[in-house]
Design a protein around this ligand. Structure first.
Ligand code: ZN
Length: 504
């Protein structure tokens, strides 16, 4: 089964920490960031030895060999590969004598992650010669693996400070009678019921201690891996092979956020099988916010030459606040949208053996920009304003991944939620498959068979049809999910061949 990894942010009750604990936490994380910086420096110096190239789906990616990095930096007392490693070119243990082997490896993992991310992004942008990676920010954070902390929930009334505590092994030594001992740092957490429920769902694999300087407080990020096991059909005690097969094609659009059509074995669209997820309230509020932001931007752009200090200017401060509020609002509505989608999907699983297919448009932003740029009568600088109107405020990738995650977490099999690349789906007739014209925006008219339909619905039908066409491909044995690149065997979909009347 597919694993799902998610992070959970929990605030530490910073105001109730003692001075000693605050000091300790500051010291630990400060030292770790210094070690991470050291690791990044070493990787940069020894690029030829440590880095290898891996091609993944045609793209070349760089990977850091962790074992070889250890050979350069850490000495060992255990016998590995027949020899004790007593001398290494960059001895980190001499530089940081109080740090243990495990802690070095945790810092190494963070450094490798930082390096790989930075490098892969940079490569796509066609980097200039002599460009150096941005330095590691002093974010004050520490990654801690699962065997070095405990989470404890106390019963009611036992402790007045907090009911949930996390005990981290204090990695700084405290000397007691010439013996090195490690204490546990107990940190009080602000855990709500939601947080506790989320933690119980999966296993906590690691933990990140982080300091937020703006809010002046400490945070803990739990990394939780969840393996979804429950099967939705089994929960409802229905055998999916006995139900009639159906395909739900979903099109994500600009004007209407979501439109879906259910393709059943009747071969015709009935009004019950058409879905629109319109989100009217969101549209109104979005419009209001965009207008406000636009007005302010225009106003500030005129004053640009006179205003020097942007931080102290009131206009810029309100603009920043507005943008942030708009972002959080859009995020909340995005989740509401996905919940609505999921409700309809659950209802459909009762009556049908269901597969959900989502069309994933590729390169919408870049295509639109090109279109606008080519028109001569518009100056090039204004292109962004026109594109901003047309492009969806939500990220398609975000919508599709969130929907997929929602389905998997609630017990839908991964084979049942698919993403396919949208190609010409909006401009082909949903009945005969020929090219069409659009007399009015939002309508598709086919001059061959005189069939008119809503453009988003034609999209949705065409996506469903695309899926069915994949099933009848000669010599194919698997179906590839566009987003994740997973292969699903076609034997799972054998009952869906009964829907072939849609392809005639
Ligand atoms: Zn037609």
């Amino acid at each position: 089964m597919e694993k799902i990894v998610r992070t959970l942010r929990v605030r530490v009750k910073t105001e109730k920490l003692t001075k000693f604990k605050k000091d300790r936490m500051r010291k630990i994380t400060g030292r770790d960031t210094r070690i991470i910086e050291e690791y990044v420096k070493i990787i940069r110096k020894e690029e030829e030895k440590v880095i290898r190239k891996i091609s993944k789906q045609g793209e070349i990616r760089l990977k850091v060999h962790k074992g070889k990095l250890d050979e350069l930096t850490l000495t060992t007392t255990k016998k590995t590969n027949k020899k004790k490693r007593t001398v290494v070119p960059y001895d980190l243990k001499k530089k940081f004598p109080n740090c243990s082997h495990d802690e070095f490896q945790e810092c190494r993992d963070v450094a490798v992650q930082l390096y790989e991310q930075g490098y892969n992004k940079k490569k796509n942008r066609k980097r200039k010669k002599g460009y150096i990676l941005p330095p590691v920010k002093r974010t004050r954070k520490q990654l801690i693996n699962k065997n070095r902390f405990i989470i404890e929930h106390l019963p009611k009334g036992k402790n007045t400070l907090s009911r949930c505590w996390v005990g981290i092994r204090d990695s700084l030594d405290t000397q007691k009678r010439k013996k090195r001992t490690h204490r546990r740092l107990w940190i009080p957490l602000e855990m709500s019921e939601y947080h506790q429920k989320e933690i119980r769902k999966g296993q906590v694999k690691s933990l990140e201690l982080k300091y937020n300087s703006q809010k002046n407080s400490w945070w803990v990020n739990f990394q939780i891996t969840i393996i979804p096991q429950a099967d939705l059909y089994k929960k409802k005690k229905v055998d999916p092979s006995l139900l009639p097969p159906a395909v739900l094609g979903i099109d994500l659009g600009e004007k209407i956020p979501g439109a879906g059509v259910l393709l059943t074995s009747t071969g015709k669209i009935s009004p019950n099988h058409i879905f629109f997820w319109k989100m009217k309230e969101w549209k109104k509020r979005k419009y209001i916010y965009q207008q406000k932001i636009r007005r302010l931007q225009r106003k500030l752009a005129k004053k640009k030459n006179t205003c020097k200090d942007k931080r102290s200017n009131k206009g810029y401060q309100t603009l920043k606040k507005l943008r942030k509020r708009y972002q959080t609002l859009s995020h909340a509505y995005l989740y509401a949208f996905i919940n609505e989608l999921w409700k309809d999907i659950v209802e459909l699983t009762q009556d049908y053996n269901l597969v959900v297919v989502v069309g994933y448009p590729k390169g919408v932003h870049s295509k639109l920009r090109k279109k606008v740029m080519n028109q001569d009568y518009r100056p090039q600088n204004s292109s962004t304003r026109f594109t901003r109107k047309k492009v969806h405020p939500w990220n398609y990738y975000q919508i599709v991944t969130l929907l997929r995650r929602m389905c998997l977490l609630n017990g839908l099999e991964p084979e049942r939620i698919l993403t396919l690349q949208e190609y010409l789906t909006s401009s082909l007739c949903s009945k005969c498959g020929r090219k069409t014209i659009r007399p009015v925006r939002g309508l598709v008219y086919c001059s061959h068979c005189h069939y008119t339909l809503h453009s988003d619905l034609t999209c949705a039908i065409n996506i469903g049809k695309l899926f069915l066409r994949f099933l009848f491909r000669p010599r194919a044995s698997t179906l590839v999910d566009y987003l994740t690149g997973q292969h699903f065997s076609l034997t799972f979909y054998t009952s869906f061949r009964g829907l072939n009347q849609w392809l005639k």
